[in-house]
Design a protein around this ligand. Structure first.
Ligand code: C2E
Ligand code: CA
Ligand code: CA
Length: 534
Protein backbone atom coordinates (compact mmCIF):
# COMPACT_ATOMS: atom_id res chain seq x y z
CA UNK A 1 0.00 0.00 0.00
CA UNK A 2 2.92 2.31 0.70
CA UNK A 3 4.15 1.61 -2.79
CA UNK A 4 0.74 2.39 -4.17
CA UNK A 5 0.59 5.67 -2.26
CA UNK A 6 3.94 6.60 -3.77
CA UNK A 7 2.66 5.86 -7.28
CA UNK A 8 -0.36 8.02 -6.53
CA UNK A 9 1.75 10.97 -5.42
CA UNK A 10 4.07 10.68 -8.44
CA UNK A 11 1.04 10.44 -10.74
CA UNK A 12 -0.55 13.52 -9.19
CA UNK A 13 2.66 15.58 -9.51
CA UNK A 14 3.23 14.40 -13.10
CA UNK A 15 -0.42 15.10 -13.92
CA UNK A 16 -0.24 18.61 -12.47
CA UNK A 17 2.95 19.38 -14.43
CA UNK A 18 1.51 17.89 -17.58
CA UNK A 19 -1.71 19.78 -17.10
CA UNK A 20 0.09 23.08 -16.48
CA UNK A 21 2.16 22.74 -19.65
CA UNK A 22 -0.59 23.47 -22.22
CA UNK A 23 -1.65 26.53 -20.20
CA UNK A 24 1.89 27.97 -20.27
CA UNK A 25 2.49 27.11 -23.94
CA UNK A 26 -0.84 28.44 -25.19
CA UNK A 27 -0.54 31.60 -23.06
CA UNK A 28 2.89 32.35 -24.56
CA UNK A 29 1.83 31.62 -28.12
CA UNK A 30 -1.29 33.75 -27.70
CA UNK A 31 0.65 36.70 -26.29
CA UNK A 32 3.10 36.52 -29.19
CA UNK A 33 0.22 36.35 -31.66
CA UNK A 34 -1.59 39.31 -30.06
CA UNK A 35 1.56 41.41 -30.06
CA UNK A 36 2.30 40.64 -33.72
CA UNK A 37 -1.28 41.31 -34.72
CA UNK A 38 -1.51 44.54 -32.72
CA UNK A 39 1.79 45.78 -34.11
CA UNK A 40 0.85 45.20 -37.73
CA UNK A 41 -2.48 46.92 -37.16
CA UNK A 42 -0.66 49.78 -35.48
CA UNK A 43 1.67 50.10 -38.47
CA UNK A 44 -1.17 50.31 -40.96
CA UNK A 45 -2.88 52.81 -38.69
CA UNK A 46 0.31 54.93 -38.69
CA UNK A 47 0.66 54.59 -42.47
CA UNK A 48 -2.92 55.75 -42.94
CA UNK A 49 -2.38 58.76 -40.68
CA UNK A 50 0.87 59.66 -42.40
CA UNK A 51 -0.73 59.39 -45.87
CA UNK A 52 -3.39 61.85 -44.75
CA UNK A 53 -0.80 64.26 -43.32
CA UNK A 54 1.24 64.03 -46.53
CA UNK A 55 -1.82 64.80 -48.65
CA UNK A 56 -2.62 67.82 -46.51
CA UNK A 57 0.93 69.11 -46.69
CA UNK A 58 0.88 68.60 -50.47
CA UNK A 59 -2.36 70.51 -50.74
CA UNK A 60 -0.92 73.36 -48.68
CA UNK A 61 2.32 73.41 -50.70
CA UNK A 62 0.34 73.63 -53.93
CA UNK A 63 -1.65 76.51 -52.53
CA UNK A 64 1.53 78.45 -51.74
CA UNK A 65 3.03 77.68 -55.16
CA UNK A 66 -0.17 78.89 -56.83
CA UNK A 67 -0.12 82.15 -54.83
CA UNK A 68 3.50 82.76 -55.73
CA UNK A 69 2.71 82.10 -59.39
CA UNK A 70 0.18 84.97 -59.37
CA UNK A 71 2.64 87.13 -57.44
CA UNK A 72 0.68 87.26 -54.24
CA UNK A 73 3.83 87.61 -52.14
CA UNK A 74 3.76 90.94 -50.29
CA UNK A 75 2.18 92.47 -47.24
CA UNK A 76 -0.33 94.66 -49.08
CA UNK A 77 -3.95 94.60 -47.96
CA UNK A 78 -5.01 93.08 -51.29
CA UNK A 79 -2.46 90.26 -51.05
CA UNK A 80 -3.46 89.54 -47.46
CA UNK A 81 -7.10 89.36 -48.46
CA UNK A 82 -6.31 86.98 -51.36
CA UNK A 83 -4.33 84.77 -49.00
CA UNK A 84 -7.15 84.74 -46.46
CA UNK A 85 -9.62 83.72 -49.10
CA UNK A 86 -7.30 81.02 -50.36
CA UNK A 87 -7.07 79.71 -46.78
CA UNK A 88 -10.81 79.11 -46.68
CA UNK A 89 -10.57 76.15 -48.98
CA UNK A 90 -7.32 74.75 -47.55
CA UNK A 91 -8.43 72.81 -44.53
CA UNK A 92 -5.49 72.36 -42.20
CA UNK A 93 -3.49 75.51 -42.94
CA UNK A 94 -4.56 78.36 -40.65
CA UNK A 95 -2.21 81.14 -41.52
CA UNK A 96 -0.02 82.31 -44.42
CA UNK A 97 3.06 84.45 -43.81
CA UNK A 98 5.33 86.46 -46.08
CA UNK A 99 9.00 85.61 -45.48
CA UNK A 100 11.89 87.78 -46.62
CA UNK A 101 15.02 86.37 -48.22
CA UNK A 102 16.69 86.15 -44.80
CA UNK A 103 13.93 83.91 -43.55
CA UNK A 104 12.30 86.55 -41.31
CA UNK A 105 8.53 86.76 -41.18
CA UNK A 106 7.37 90.13 -42.54
CA UNK A 107 3.63 89.82 -42.12
CA UNK A 108 0.92 87.22 -41.78
CA UNK A 109 -2.78 86.71 -42.43
CA UNK A 110 -3.18 86.51 -38.67
CA UNK A 111 -2.07 90.11 -38.24
CA UNK A 112 1.21 91.89 -38.03
CA UNK A 113 2.58 89.95 -35.13
CA UNK A 114 5.81 88.84 -36.72
CA UNK A 115 7.73 87.64 -33.71
CA UNK A 116 9.83 84.56 -34.28
CA UNK A 117 7.93 81.52 -33.07
CA UNK A 118 9.99 78.73 -34.48
CA UNK A 119 11.11 76.22 -31.85
CA UNK A 120 13.12 73.90 -34.05
CA UNK A 121 15.65 74.20 -36.80
CA UNK A 122 14.27 74.30 -40.28
CA UNK A 123 14.65 71.04 -42.16
CA UNK A 124 14.99 71.19 -45.91
CA UNK A 125 14.57 68.51 -48.51
CA UNK A 126 17.31 67.84 -51.07
CA UNK A 127 15.13 67.43 -54.16
CA UNK A 128 12.04 69.44 -53.31
CA UNK A 129 11.77 73.16 -52.60
CA UNK A 130 10.10 72.78 -49.20
CA UNK A 131 11.42 73.51 -45.75
CA UNK A 132 9.67 72.50 -42.54
CA UNK A 133 10.06 73.78 -38.99
CA UNK A 134 8.15 73.33 -35.75
CA UNK A 135 6.69 76.41 -34.16
CA UNK A 136 4.25 77.52 -31.54
CA UNK A 137 0.79 78.08 -32.99
CA UNK A 138 -0.10 81.64 -32.12
CA UNK A 139 0.14 81.98 -28.39
CA UNK A 140 -1.36 78.58 -27.64
CA UNK A 141 0.41 75.62 -26.26
CA UNK A 142 -0.41 73.88 -29.50
CA UNK A 143 2.34 73.19 -32.01
CA UNK A 144 2.30 73.88 -35.71
CA UNK A 145 4.39 73.06 -38.74
CA UNK A 146 5.65 75.89 -40.85
CA UNK A 147 5.87 74.89 -44.49
CA UNK A 148 8.05 77.32 -46.46
CA UNK A 149 8.57 77.37 -50.22
CA UNK A 150 12.25 77.79 -50.97
CA UNK A 151 13.13 80.54 -53.47
CA UNK A 152 16.81 81.45 -53.39
CA UNK A 153 17.37 85.17 -52.69
CA UNK A 154 13.71 86.03 -53.04
CA UNK A 155 10.76 86.83 -50.88
CA UNK A 156 8.58 83.78 -50.34
CA UNK A 157 5.49 82.39 -48.58
CA UNK A 158 5.03 79.98 -45.68
CA UNK A 159 1.91 78.25 -44.35
CA UNK A 160 1.34 77.54 -40.69
CA UNK A 161 -0.50 74.28 -40.08
CA UNK A 162 -1.49 73.19 -36.54
CA UNK A 163 -0.30 69.62 -35.98
CA UNK A 164 -3.67 68.58 -34.57
CA UNK A 165 -5.22 69.74 -37.84
CA UNK A 166 -2.77 67.65 -39.81
CA UNK A 167 -3.70 64.55 -37.86
CA UNK A 168 -7.39 65.36 -37.44
CA UNK A 169 -10.21 62.96 -38.30
CA UNK A 170 -8.09 59.88 -37.89
CA UNK A 171 -10.85 57.50 -36.97
CA UNK A 172 -11.75 58.65 -33.47
CA UNK A 173 -12.89 55.14 -32.48
CA UNK A 174 -9.57 53.71 -33.51
CA UNK A 175 -7.76 56.09 -31.22
CA UNK A 176 -8.69 54.42 -27.97
CA UNK A 177 -5.47 53.69 -26.14
CA UNK A 178 -3.46 54.87 -29.14
CA UNK A 179 -1.49 58.04 -29.66
CA UNK A 180 0.30 59.53 -32.61
CA UNK A 181 3.36 61.72 -32.43
CA UNK A 182 4.54 63.72 -35.38
CA UNK A 183 8.25 64.51 -35.60
CA UNK A 184 10.52 66.27 -37.97
CA UNK A 185 12.94 63.82 -39.45
CA UNK A 186 15.65 65.26 -37.26
CA UNK A 187 13.72 63.99 -34.26
CA UNK A 188 12.18 67.27 -33.09
CA UNK A 189 8.79 66.51 -31.59
CA UNK A 190 6.14 68.50 -33.32
CA UNK A 191 3.65 68.05 -30.52
CA UNK A 192 3.43 68.84 -26.89
CA UNK A 193 3.35 65.66 -24.78
CA UNK A 194 -0.14 64.30 -24.57
CA UNK A 195 -0.85 63.82 -20.89
CA UNK A 196 -4.55 63.22 -21.28
CA UNK A 197 -4.05 59.46 -21.06
CA UNK A 198 -1.93 57.33 -18.83
CA UNK A 199 -0.35 54.98 -21.30
CA UNK A 200 1.93 52.95 -19.14
CA UNK A 201 3.79 50.40 -21.21
CA UNK A 202 3.19 50.65 -24.93
CA UNK A 203 4.08 48.99 -28.17
CA UNK A 204 5.19 51.38 -30.91
CA UNK A 205 5.48 51.62 -34.72
CA UNK A 206 7.42 54.33 -36.54
CA UNK A 207 6.76 55.33 -40.17
CA UNK A 208 8.59 57.90 -42.32
CA UNK A 209 7.01 60.06 -44.97
CA UNK A 210 8.31 59.52 -48.51
CA UNK A 211 7.30 63.07 -49.44
CA UNK A 212 8.16 65.36 -46.53
CA UNK A 213 10.85 65.25 -43.84
CA UNK A 214 8.43 64.06 -41.20
CA UNK A 215 7.80 60.83 -39.37
CA UNK A 216 4.96 59.48 -37.24
CA UNK A 217 5.33 57.40 -34.12
CA UNK A 218 2.18 55.45 -33.27
CA UNK A 219 1.90 53.96 -29.81
CA UNK A 220 -0.61 51.58 -28.30
CA UNK A 221 -0.99 51.09 -24.59
CA UNK A 222 -0.64 47.47 -23.48
CA UNK A 223 -3.55 47.90 -21.10
CA UNK A 224 -5.84 48.90 -23.96
CA UNK A 225 -4.40 46.10 -26.07
CA UNK A 226 -5.22 43.54 -23.37
CA UNK A 227 -8.76 44.92 -23.21
CA UNK A 228 -9.17 44.78 -26.96
CA UNK A 229 -7.94 41.19 -27.16
CA UNK A 230 -9.80 40.07 -24.05
CA UNK A 231 -11.93 37.55 -25.95
CA UNK A 232 -8.89 36.03 -27.69
CA UNK A 233 -7.14 35.68 -24.32
CA UNK A 234 -10.26 34.19 -22.77
CA UNK A 235 -10.52 31.52 -25.45
CA UNK A 236 -6.78 30.94 -25.24
CA UNK A 237 -7.06 30.35 -21.51
CA UNK A 238 -10.22 28.32 -21.68
CA UNK A 239 -8.87 25.94 -24.28
CA UNK A 240 -5.81 24.69 -22.34
CA UNK A 241 -7.85 24.62 -19.12
CA UNK A 242 -10.23 22.21 -20.80
CA UNK A 243 -7.29 20.22 -22.18
CA UNK A 244 -5.69 20.18 -18.71
CA UNK A 245 -8.93 19.03 -17.17
CA UNK A 246 -9.08 16.09 -19.53
CA UNK A 247 -5.39 15.31 -18.95
CA UNK A 248 -5.97 15.23 -15.19
CA UNK A 249 -9.10 13.15 -15.66
CA UNK A 250 -7.23 10.79 -17.94
CA UNK A 251 -4.28 10.31 -15.57
CA UNK A 252 -6.65 9.85 -12.63
CA UNK A 253 -8.62 7.22 -14.52
CA UNK A 254 -5.52 5.39 -15.64
CA UNK A 255 -4.13 5.36 -12.09
CA UNK A 256 -7.49 4.19 -10.80
CA UNK A 257 -7.60 1.41 -13.35
CA UNK A 258 -4.31 0.07 -11.98
CA UNK A 259 -5.36 0.55 -8.43
CA UNK A 260 -6.14 -2.71 -6.75
CA UNK A 261 -8.92 -2.33 -4.32
CA UNK A 262 -7.50 -3.02 -0.83
CA UNK A 263 -10.08 -5.65 0.07
CA UNK A 264 -9.34 -7.84 -2.94
CA UNK A 265 -5.59 -7.29 -2.47
CA UNK A 266 -5.94 -8.59 1.10
CA UNK A 267 -8.06 -11.47 -0.14
CA UNK A 268 -5.29 -12.48 -2.53
CA UNK A 269 -2.68 -12.08 0.22
CA UNK A 270 -4.65 -14.40 2.49
CA UNK A 271 -4.98 -16.98 -0.30
CA UNK A 272 -1.29 -16.71 -1.18
CA UNK A 273 -0.23 -17.24 2.44
CA UNK A 274 1.33 -13.76 2.67
CA UNK A 275 -0.23 -13.02 6.09
CA UNK A 276 2.16 -14.47 8.66
CA UNK A 277 2.39 -14.49 12.46
CA UNK A 278 5.18 -12.63 14.27
CA UNK A 279 5.79 -13.36 17.93
CA UNK A 280 6.60 -10.76 20.56
CA UNK A 281 8.00 -12.16 23.81
CA UNK A 282 6.39 -11.31 27.15
CA UNK A 283 8.83 -11.69 30.02
CA UNK A 284 9.01 -11.91 33.77
CA UNK A 285 11.11 -8.91 34.69
CA UNK A 286 12.04 -10.40 38.05
CA UNK A 287 13.44 -13.68 36.81
CA UNK A 288 14.17 -12.70 33.20
CA UNK A 289 12.24 -15.75 32.02
CA UNK A 290 10.03 -15.97 28.98
CA UNK A 291 6.40 -16.28 30.01
CA UNK A 292 4.42 -15.83 26.85
CA UNK A 293 4.29 -14.44 23.34
CA UNK A 294 1.77 -12.28 21.55
CA UNK A 295 0.99 -13.15 17.96
CA UNK A 296 1.01 -10.04 15.74
CA UNK A 297 0.00 -10.18 12.11
CA UNK A 298 2.38 -9.16 9.33
CA UNK A 299 1.82 -9.05 5.60
CA UNK A 300 4.96 -10.32 3.96
CA UNK A 301 4.84 -9.32 0.31
CA UNK A 302 6.49 -11.47 -2.37
CA UNK A 303 9.31 -8.88 -2.64
CA UNK A 304 10.06 -9.40 1.06
CA UNK A 305 8.68 -6.10 2.36
CA UNK A 306 6.62 -6.26 5.53
CA UNK A 307 3.32 -4.44 5.84
CA UNK A 308 2.32 -3.47 9.38
CA UNK A 309 -1.10 -4.35 10.77
CA UNK A 310 -2.43 -0.79 10.93
CA UNK A 311 -2.47 -0.86 7.10
CA UNK A 312 -4.63 -3.95 6.70
CA UNK A 313 -6.31 -4.92 10.00
CA UNK A 314 -8.88 -2.08 9.74
CA UNK A 315 -9.70 -3.22 6.17
CA UNK A 316 -9.98 -6.83 7.34
CA UNK A 317 -12.33 -5.78 10.14
CA UNK A 318 -14.48 -3.71 7.83
CA UNK A 319 -14.82 -6.44 5.22
CA UNK A 320 -15.15 -9.34 7.65
CA UNK A 321 -11.91 -10.88 6.40
CA UNK A 322 -10.59 -10.60 9.96
CA UNK A 323 -12.22 -13.96 10.85
CA UNK A 324 -10.39 -15.84 8.10
CA UNK A 325 -7.22 -13.88 8.94
CA UNK A 326 -7.43 -14.88 12.61
CA UNK A 327 -7.98 -18.55 11.71
CA UNK A 328 -4.98 -18.46 9.35
CA UNK A 329 -2.79 -16.92 12.09
CA UNK A 330 -3.90 -19.49 14.67
CA UNK A 331 -3.16 -22.38 12.29
CA UNK A 332 0.20 -21.02 11.20
CA UNK A 333 1.27 -20.19 14.75
CA UNK A 334 0.23 -23.70 15.86
CA UNK A 335 2.25 -25.26 13.02
CA UNK A 336 5.30 -23.02 13.29
CA UNK A 337 5.90 -22.83 17.04
CA UNK A 338 3.67 -25.65 18.35
CA UNK A 339 6.55 -28.03 18.95
CA UNK A 340 8.38 -25.51 21.16
CA UNK A 341 5.19 -24.85 23.16
CA UNK A 342 4.48 -28.58 23.57
CA UNK A 343 7.70 -29.04 25.57
CA UNK A 344 7.24 -25.80 27.53
CA UNK A 345 3.77 -26.16 28.94
CA UNK A 346 3.99 -23.01 31.03
CA UNK A 347 4.56 -20.85 27.95
CA UNK A 348 1.47 -19.01 26.83
CA UNK A 349 0.46 -17.80 23.36
CA UNK A 350 -1.78 -14.74 22.90
CA UNK A 351 -3.98 -13.83 19.95
CA UNK A 352 -5.69 -10.53 19.19
CA UNK A 353 -9.42 -10.65 18.57
CA UNK A 354 -11.65 -7.83 17.39
CA UNK A 355 -15.03 -6.70 18.68
CA UNK A 356 -16.82 -8.81 16.04
CA UNK A 357 -15.32 -11.98 17.51
CA UNK A 358 -17.29 -11.35 20.69
CA UNK A 359 -20.64 -10.95 18.94
CA UNK A 360 -21.25 -14.68 18.42
CA UNK A 361 -19.81 -18.08 19.25
CA UNK A 362 -17.97 -18.67 15.96
CA UNK A 363 -14.59 -18.10 17.58
CA UNK A 364 -15.24 -20.91 20.06
CA UNK A 365 -15.72 -23.38 17.21
CA UNK A 366 -12.61 -22.04 15.46
CA UNK A 367 -10.40 -22.37 18.55
CA UNK A 368 -11.73 -25.83 19.30
CA UNK A 369 -11.23 -26.97 15.72
CA UNK A 370 -7.70 -25.57 15.38
CA UNK A 371 -6.24 -26.49 18.77
CA UNK A 372 -7.97 -29.75 19.71
CA UNK A 373 -5.24 -32.38 19.82
CA UNK A 374 -2.61 -29.82 18.81
CA UNK A 375 0.83 -29.41 20.40
CA UNK A 376 -0.48 -26.22 21.99
CA UNK A 377 -3.07 -26.86 24.66
CA UNK A 378 -6.12 -24.70 25.37
CA UNK A 379 -4.55 -23.80 28.71
CA UNK A 380 -1.65 -22.17 26.87
CA UNK A 381 -3.93 -19.89 24.89
CA UNK A 382 -4.77 -16.28 25.73
CA UNK A 383 -7.19 -14.11 23.77
CA UNK A 384 -7.06 -10.34 23.84
CA UNK A 385 -10.14 -8.18 23.52
CA UNK A 386 -9.23 -4.58 22.78
CA UNK A 387 -10.80 -1.75 24.66
CA UNK A 388 -10.23 0.63 21.74
CA UNK A 389 -13.38 -0.41 19.85
CA UNK A 390 -16.72 -0.71 21.63
CA UNK A 391 -18.22 -4.18 22.09
CA UNK A 392 -21.70 -4.19 20.52
CA UNK A 393 -23.26 -6.57 23.02
CA UNK A 394 -21.69 -6.89 26.46
CA UNK A 395 -23.86 -9.85 27.51
CA UNK A 396 -22.95 -11.82 24.38
CA UNK A 397 -19.29 -10.88 24.87
CA UNK A 398 -19.50 -12.20 28.42
CA UNK A 399 -20.91 -15.53 27.09
CA UNK A 400 -18.08 -15.86 24.49
CA UNK A 401 -15.47 -15.07 27.15
CA UNK A 402 -16.97 -17.67 29.51
CA UNK A 403 -16.96 -20.25 26.74
CA UNK A 404 -13.27 -19.57 26.00
CA UNK A 405 -12.51 -19.81 29.71
CA UNK A 406 -14.57 -23.00 29.76
CA UNK A 407 -12.09 -24.49 27.27
CA UNK A 408 -9.28 -23.55 29.61
CA UNK A 409 -8.13 -20.44 27.75
CA UNK A 410 -7.42 -17.07 29.37
CA UNK A 411 -8.89 -13.76 28.21
CA UNK A 412 -7.23 -10.34 28.55
CA UNK A 413 -8.41 -6.77 28.08
CA UNK A 414 -5.95 -5.17 25.66
CA UNK A 415 -4.99 -1.47 25.45
CA UNK A 416 -6.54 -0.91 28.85
CA UNK A 417 -7.19 2.74 29.62
CA UNK A 418 -7.45 3.97 26.06
CA UNK A 419 -11.01 3.28 25.16
CA UNK A 420 -14.59 2.61 25.82
CA UNK A 421 -14.85 0.02 28.52
CA UNK A 422 -13.00 1.28 31.53
CA UNK A 423 -14.22 0.01 34.82
CA UNK A 424 -17.46 -1.51 33.50
CA UNK A 425 -15.56 -3.87 31.18
CA UNK A 426 -13.50 -5.07 34.09
CA UNK A 427 -16.57 -5.68 36.18
CA UNK A 428 -18.82 -7.17 33.51
CA UNK A 429 -16.56 -9.17 31.21
CA UNK A 430 -14.86 -11.35 33.80
CA UNK A 431 -11.47 -11.34 32.11
CA UNK A 432 -8.32 -12.90 33.62
CA UNK A 433 -5.78 -10.31 32.67
CA UNK A 434 -5.30 -6.58 32.00
CA UNK A 435 -2.78 -5.28 29.50
CA UNK A 436 -1.92 -1.69 30.46
CA UNK A 437 -1.55 0.39 27.34
CA UNK A 438 1.82 1.81 26.32
CA UNK A 439 0.38 5.30 26.77
CA UNK A 440 0.39 4.90 30.58
CA UNK A 441 3.74 3.16 30.64
CA UNK A 442 5.22 6.04 28.63
CA UNK A 443 3.72 8.57 31.03
CA UNK A 444 5.16 6.92 34.15
CA UNK A 445 8.13 9.26 34.48
CA UNK A 446 6.34 12.42 33.39
CA UNK A 447 2.69 12.39 34.42
CA UNK A 448 1.63 11.90 37.99
CA UNK A 449 -1.90 10.92 36.93
CA UNK A 450 -0.47 7.91 35.12
CA UNK A 451 1.10 6.61 38.32
CA UNK A 452 -2.19 7.14 40.15
CA UNK A 453 -4.08 5.21 37.48
CA UNK A 454 -1.57 2.37 37.55
CA UNK A 455 -1.72 2.20 41.34
CA UNK A 456 -5.53 2.13 41.28
CA UNK A 457 -5.45 -0.59 38.64
CA UNK A 458 -3.08 -2.68 40.69
CA UNK A 459 -5.38 -2.49 43.70
CA UNK A 460 -8.33 -3.42 41.56
CA UNK A 461 -6.54 -6.29 39.85
CA UNK A 462 -5.44 -7.65 43.21
CA UNK A 463 -8.98 -7.56 44.54
CA UNK A 464 -10.37 -9.18 41.41
CA UNK A 465 -7.50 -11.67 41.21
CA UNK A 466 -6.48 -10.50 37.74
CA UNK A 467 -3.04 -10.49 36.19
CA UNK A 468 -1.42 -7.32 34.87
CA UNK A 469 0.90 -7.01 31.87
CA UNK A 470 2.61 -3.74 31.00
CA UNK A 471 2.81 -3.05 27.27
CA UNK A 472 5.37 -1.06 25.28
CA UNK A 473 8.12 -1.08 27.90
CA UNK A 474 11.16 0.62 26.46
CA UNK A 475 13.33 1.77 29.40
CA UNK A 476 14.88 0.34 32.54
CA UNK A 477 13.34 3.20 34.48
CA UNK A 478 9.89 1.92 33.50
CA UNK A 479 10.84 -1.62 34.51
CA UNK A 480 12.06 -0.39 37.87
CA UNK A 481 8.88 1.52 38.57
CA UNK A 482 6.66 -1.37 37.45
CA UNK A 483 8.63 -3.77 39.65
CA UNK A 484 8.35 -1.45 42.63
CA UNK A 485 4.59 -1.66 42.20
CA UNK A 486 4.64 -5.42 41.87
CA UNK A 487 4.02 -5.61 38.10
CA UNK A 488 6.48 -8.20 36.94
CA UNK A 489 5.13 -9.10 33.52
CA UNK A 490 6.09 -6.87 30.64
CA UNK A 491 6.24 -6.69 26.89
CA UNK A 492 8.19 -4.18 24.86
CA UNK A 493 11.11 -3.33 22.64
CA UNK A 494 13.38 -3.27 25.73
CA UNK A 495 13.14 -7.07 25.74
CA UNK A 496 12.37 -7.91 22.12
CA UNK A 497 10.35 -6.64 19.15
CA UNK A 498 7.84 -8.90 17.37
CA UNK A 499 9.96 -11.61 15.74
CA UNK A 500 9.42 -13.99 12.83
CA UNK A 501 8.94 -17.64 13.88
CA UNK A 502 12.54 -18.69 13.22
CA UNK A 503 14.05 -15.89 15.38
CA UNK A 504 11.43 -16.39 18.06
CA UNK A 505 12.19 -20.13 18.23
CA UNK A 506 15.91 -19.41 18.53
CA UNK A 507 15.16 -17.04 21.41
CA UNK A 508 12.93 -19.60 23.09
CA UNK A 509 15.70 -22.20 22.83
CA UNK A 510 18.20 -19.79 24.39
CA UNK A 511 15.93 -18.55 27.20
CA UNK A 512 13.82 -21.55 28.22
CA UNK A 513 15.03 -25.06 28.57
CA UNK A 514 12.29 -27.55 27.80
CA UNK A 515 10.44 -28.76 30.86
CA UNK A 516 8.39 -31.79 30.19
CA UNK A 517 6.57 -31.66 33.50
CA UNK A 518 2.89 -32.40 33.64
CA UNK A 519 0.84 -29.38 32.55
CA UNK A 520 -1.76 -29.89 35.26
CA UNK A 521 0.80 -29.44 38.05
CA UNK A 522 2.14 -26.23 36.51
CA UNK A 523 1.48 -23.08 38.55
CA UNK A 524 -0.29 -20.20 36.85
CA UNK A 525 2.10 -19.05 34.08
CA UNK A 526 1.42 -15.38 34.75
CA UNK A 527 1.79 -14.97 38.50
CA UNK A 528 -0.85 -13.03 40.35
CA UNK A 529 -0.09 -9.36 40.75
CA UNK A 530 2.05 -8.48 43.67
CA UNK A 531 3.24 -12.06 44.12
CA UNK A 532 6.84 -11.79 45.14
CA UNK A 533 6.73 -8.03 45.27
CA UNK A 534 9.13 -6.52 47.74
P1 C2E B 1 -1.47 -4.36 20.06
O1 C2E B 1 -2.31 -5.57 20.19
O2 C2E B 1 -1.53 -3.37 21.16
O3 C2E B 1 0.00 -4.86 19.84
C1 C2E B 1 1.11 -4.26 20.39
C2 C2E B 1 1.72 -3.33 19.40
O4 C2E B 1 2.71 -2.57 20.04
C3 C2E B 1 2.43 -4.08 18.28
O5 C2E B 1 2.32 -3.30 17.13
C4 C2E B 1 3.86 -4.09 18.76
O6 C2E B 1 4.81 -4.22 17.72
C5 C2E B 1 3.95 -2.76 19.42
N1 C2E B 1 4.95 -2.72 20.46
C6 C2E B 1 5.32 -3.68 21.30
N2 C2E B 1 6.29 -3.26 22.15
C7 C2E B 1 6.53 -1.96 21.83
C8 C2E B 1 7.43 -0.97 22.35
O7 C2E B 1 8.22 -1.18 23.28
N3 C2E B 1 7.39 0.24 21.76
C9 C2E B 1 6.54 0.50 20.72
N4 C2E B 1 6.57 1.70 20.19
N5 C2E B 1 5.68 -0.40 20.21
C10 C2E B 1 5.67 -1.63 20.77
P2 C2E B 1 1.89 -3.93 15.76
O8 C2E B 1 2.46 -5.28 15.58
O9 C2E B 1 2.14 -2.89 14.74
O10 C2E B 1 0.36 -4.10 15.93
C11 C2E B 1 -0.48 -3.03 16.01
C12 C2E B 1 -1.86 -3.41 16.36
O11 C2E B 1 -2.48 -4.12 15.31
C13 C2E B 1 -1.95 -4.33 17.53
O12 C2E B 1 -1.83 -3.59 18.72
C14 C2E B 1 -3.32 -4.92 17.33
O13 C2E B 1 -4.30 -4.02 17.81
C15 C2E B 1 -3.42 -4.99 15.84
N6 C2E B 1 -3.14 -6.37 15.41
C16 C2E B 1 -1.97 -6.95 15.13
N7 C2E B 1 -2.14 -8.23 14.76
C17 C2E B 1 -3.47 -8.48 14.86
C18 C2E B 1 -4.28 -9.61 14.65
O14 C2E B 1 -3.82 -10.72 14.30
N8 C2E B 1 -5.64 -9.51 14.86
C19 C2E B 1 -6.17 -8.31 15.26
N9 C2E B 1 -7.50 -8.26 15.47
N10 C2E B 1 -5.44 -7.21 15.49
C20 C2E B 1 -4.09 -7.31 15.30
CA1 CA C 1 -2.67 -7.03 21.66
CA1 CA D 1 -2.07 -3.50 23.24
Amino acid sequence: MRKFERIWIVAIIAGALLAGLPIVVVERATNAYIERNAKSRLESFAHGALGLADARLDQTANLLVDLLKVKVEDCSAVSMETMRRALYGAAPAREIAVIDDDGRMLCSTAGNNTEQRAISREVTQPNRPFALAVMRFRDHDERALRLRIERAGERTLAAIIPVNGLLADILPAERRGRRLRLMLEEGDPAQAEDRSLEYGQTIAATVRSPRFPIMLVAEYSRVAMAEEYEDVLLVARLFPTVVSFFLILFSWLSVRRHRVDPASALHQALDAGEIVPFFQPIVDVKTGRLKAAEVLARWRRPDGTLVMPHSFIPVAEKTGQIYELTRILMRRARDEVGAAFAVRPSLRLGFNLCAGHFANATIIGDVRQIFTGSPISFKQLLFEVTERDPLPDLAEARRVISALQGLGCKVAIDDYGTGHGGMSYLLKLGVDCIKIDKMFVDAISTERYSQTIIETLIDLARNMRMEIVAEGVETFEQVEYLRSKGINTAQGFLFAPPLPASSFLALVEAMEKPRLSVVESEPSPLPAVGAGAA
